[in-house]
Design a binder for this molecule. Structure first.
Ligand code: JFZ
Length: 589
């Protein structure tokens, strides 16, 4: 057999070996482990839109508009856009530079737009010649080069794939100017382009960290075809929440928060916030509104302190250059990460919430205090931490212990004036045992109701605090009596209160019984269907008496065992009807 023939066979076999290896390891490891540890990733939005750079025939995409949407923004005919795409030729592209930049920034995974909404593939595809290798003079496979460079730098390679939106294909969503939407054959598009290209990505580029789907899809059945294909070829590969219909039950291994959103946190599942470095994902020559390194670092700390990952974008130029301001910001972020990465990687959400001076993350028996500003007296105060503090020191100088103060449940650490970092000063508290918070106490203002929602509650069993772009924050996945949510109230206005519950429930949950325990009082009701997923309605559960000042526990749970999700719970409100307002004896309710 000739040398070239054997190389051809090897080239065909090697990718399949990855697939076989990946499949075997899938069962063993907790596939979320790397996502939970790595925290910080690079998003790369790159395609023919980068050549237009926010301008089409003298028209500019408006400020804050996303330059990668230019084809739809200006209803550019497929014929003209395709003609333009022939000109994409990133001769300055160096995959090693991208991977090294991600590494220098402290980013651990990289997500490349393999196909965005314009339908153009940034990888060599046998499904469609409308791709970087066949359609342009560049002729190389960008995804292949990036995947290999990422592996050399220890960066996990991932792909973004717009599985529903495709302005080039008559069967895809979104092009209402060239094609009649009523004549769209979406099923054909799924069968002949979207699913086959996903198969190419899962077969030819080695193990992928995750596939980042976008803009949802109509039915759960359609979404499951993408999920099943990923699981079939690379079971260890993660899937983001946008694979499914935003208004339906959440699918995917983790949830994406709204783009550029700063979530309130408090979720019981993995989530990620994608953000731009300026105002657009795809490169625009007009948008120079770059985030500062301090801004990026504080956003990273904020997101990680609430249990999320941060996916931060670069928009390379058409010639393959990464805009210099992006490089400058990421290099300075990396310098901070070099010194403080221990307080980010592998940490979990802070159990004691946030503070006026900054945020906290936790790992093992360490609490990392991230101070964005110096309190006037130089003392960082942490309320609600249950653990004994053994020692405190600046992460940069572990040998120099700091003074720890403790007063009525508040821990204070005094940081010398000259030791503060302008962006984020990281103080380490060595504590005894796993960091835990005192139960969150929900207090009330005068005549104000108690509004009990996902943020202030404790969950037990399978009850889970979840997020959905349409359904927003809610409690779900509770089916049995041990799946519970509870709140610890501090009553300061005894009296009669009207109880309202707001939830969404599909027909499958209708008539399921649930219990609301308010102190010693117990309300039992049946779930009423509200229509469909996340169509919330408010129900009056009657009145209760909060007899005296002091602590009161409120708990909600299914009344009996079942298989169906009890409901999508949004909130319980205790509205004062008649309150005495007098200060009474404090005792248990
Ligand atoms: C989508 C894309 O349309 C956009 O071009 C970019 O790729 C971005 C990362 O994802 O845009 C979105 C998708 C979801 C939301 C907002 C913008 N959202 O959930 O608020």
């Amino acid at each position: 057999m000739s040398h070239s023939k054997s190389r051809q066979i090897l080239r065909a076999i090697v990718p399949l070996m990855w697939v076989v290896l990946a499949a075997g390891s899938a069962v063993a490891q907790d596939k979320m482990e790397w996502f939970r540890n790595d925290k910080f990733g690079m998003f790369v939005h790159w395609g023919p839109y980068s050549l237009l750079a926010g301008e089409w025939k003298g028209h500019r995409t408006p400020a804050g508009d996303e330059a990668e949407w230019i084809m739809q923004r200006f209803n550019i005919p497929v014929k003209e856009y395709r003609e333009m795409a022939h000109g994409l030729n990133p001769v300055k592209f160096d995959a090693n530079q991208f991977a090294k930049l991600a590494k220098a920034a402290g980013m651990k995974y990289l997500v490349l737009t393999a196909k965005h909404h314009d339908g153009f593939a940034m990888f060599r595809s046998l499904v469609s010649t409308y791709n970087i290798a066949d359609w342009t003079p560049f002729k190389r496979d960008i995804a292949k080069e990036l995947a290999e460079a990422c592996r050399r730098e220890g960066i996990r390679f991932c792909v973004y794939y717009s599985h529903r939106e495709d302005w080039d294909d008559p069967g895809g969503y979104g092009n209402h100017w060239d094609y009649d939407p009523a004549k769209k054959d979406f099923e054909k598009y799924l069968r002949e382009k979207s699913l086959p290209q996903l198969r190419e990505l899962l077969t030819n580029y080695g193990p992928l960290g995750l596939v980042w789907f976008d803009r949802g899809i109509d039915t759960t059945e359609q979404a499951k075809r993408f999920i099943d294909l990923v699981h079939e070829l690379q079971p260890q590969c993660l899937i983001n929440g946008r694979v499914g219909n935003y208004g339906h039950e959440l699918l995917g291994d983790y949830q994406n928060m709204n783009d550029n959103g700063m979530p309130t946190g408090g979720l019981d599942e993995y989530w990620e916030t994608p953000q731009t470095l300026n105002g657009t994902w795809g490169y625009s020559k007009f948008d120079q509104e770059w985030k500062t390194p301090a801004n990026v670092i504080q956003r990273l700390v904020e997101i990680v302190s609430k249990g999320g990952n941060y996916l931060l974008n670069i928009g390379p130029m058409a010639d393959g250059t990464v805009p210099a301001p992006s490089v400058a910001v990421l290099e300075q972020v990396g310098a901070w990460m070099q010194k403080n990465g221990e307080s980010i990687y592998g940490t979990s959400a802070c159990p004691v919430g946030q503070f006026p001076w900054g945020r906290c993350t936790v790992k093992g028996e360490r609490v990392y205090l991230h101070a964005f500003q110096r309190p006037a007296d130089g003392v960082l105060r942490v309320g609600g931490l249950r653990n004994e503090v053994r020692a405190a020191y600046l992460l940069q100088t572990p040998g120099r212990k700091l003074e720890v103060l403790s007063q009525s449940g508040v821990t204070g650490v005094r940081v010398p004036a000259q030791r503060w970092d302008a962006v984020s000063t990281v103080v380490v508290l060595e504590v005894k045992g796993k960091p835990e918070s005192e139960p969150k106490l929900i207090t009330q203002g005068s005549d104000s109701p108690f509004v009990l929602d996902y943020l202030g509650c404790e969950t037990a069993g399978r009850a889970m605090k979840r997020f959905n772009r349409d359904g927003k924050f809610h409690i779900g996945r509770w089916t049995n009596p041990e799946d519970q949510v509870s709140w610890n109230l501090l009553v300061s206005q005894p009296g009669r209160y009207r109880v309202h519950m707001r939830y969404a429930a599909r027909e499958a949950s209708a008539r399921r019984k649930y219990v609301v325990e308010i102190g010693e009082q117990r309300l039992q009701n049946s779930v009423e269907t509200t229509g469909d997923w996340y169509q919330y309605k408010t129900f009056d559960l009657g009145t209760v008496t909060l007899a005296r000042n002091g602590p009161l526990k409120v708990l909600i749970r299914p009344a009996e065992a079942g298989t169906e999700n009890l409901m999508y719970f949004e909130s319980l409100t205790l509205e004062p009807e008649t309150v005495s307002g007098q200060l009474g004896r404090v005792g248990r309710q």
